[in-house]
Structure formats: structure tokens, C-alpha cells
Design a protein around this ligand. Sequence first.
Ligand code: HEC
Length: 131
Amino acid sequence: MATAVSVKTVVTPSAQAARWTIPTGGAAEANPLPINAATLAGGKKLFAAKCQRCHGPAGKGDGPDADAKYAAEMDLTNVARASRNSDGTVFYKIWNGRSNPKMPAFSEDTSKEQVWAIVAYAQSLRKPPSS
Ligand code: HEC
């Protein structure tokens, strides 16, 4: 037998972590919920329960569990950043999470409907440019 050469596929955590997992077509998915006061209030409650510890009470990335190094990436109120993310993109960022820097995947303990309510609220944090 020829010498077996063991080749390990090395995927560095940072290379893997550089991505969020957005399925094909996911970015184009529209929020199925009506964007009204009730949806936003529900989303706000869920945000306080599940997101605030990292993203902060106003979504600025300054929650107690946040790594200050990533405050800018976690600022959901920054128009320039937040406007890159369609509703579908925000949905899958929340649904699938990422490893480094760590954001938990919420698919395990949150329903799709709840995540869409959170999406509606998170997108409402994006401040319109002051005219
Ligand atoms: C354990 C801390 C933690 C929790 C809890 C958390 N996040 Fe995050 N979130 C992060 C980190 C860290 C990033 C920045 C990742 C990066 O470098 O892009 C992030 C990024 C995001 C982004 C992308 C921002 C952008 O500009 O692309 C969105 C949207 C987001 N979070 C929404 C949420 C919502 C909504 C919840 C609650 C359901 C939540 N996060 C819970 C840590 C957290």
C-alpha cells in the first residue's frame, strides 16, 4: 500500500466566522407580519428578553454582555450599517447566529413568527438620516 498521507482540512475559525449563514434567496424574503404597533410592541418585548444583553436597550451595541470591541458591528441604529441588511437578511442573521464574534442562533428557542416580530422592531431602530 502506498503511504497513507493524512491531510487535515483546516478551517480556521476566523475564516468560518467571517460569514453569516444566509440561505440562497433568504435576503429577499419579506416580513410576513403586518408592520403595525402590535407587531413592533411584540418585537420590542422579545428584543428586551433576548437581544438587549448584548445589543443594549436602544440597540446601540452597548449591552452588559457585549464585547466593546464589536460595539460598532452590533449597533443596530447605525443607518449606514443597518441599511445593508434587508428584512430577510436580518431574519437569517438572528435565526442562524454566528460563531465569532458570537451571536447565538435563535432558531432553537424562538419561533419564526417571533423572529419576524424582532426583525420588524430591529429594523425600526435604524434612525432615518436627519434631514
Ligand atoms: C451574546 C451576544 C448577542 C446576542 C444575545 C445577540 N446578538 Fe446580535 N450580534 C452580536 C454580535 C457580536 C454581532 C456582530 C457580529 C459581527 O461582527 O458582524 C451581532 C450582530 C447582529 C446583527 C447584524 C448587524 C449588522 O450590522 O450586520 C443583527 C441584525 C443582530 N445582531 C440582531 C440581534 C437580535 C435581533 C438579537 C436578539 C434576538 C441578537 N442580535 C442577539 C451579539 C449578540
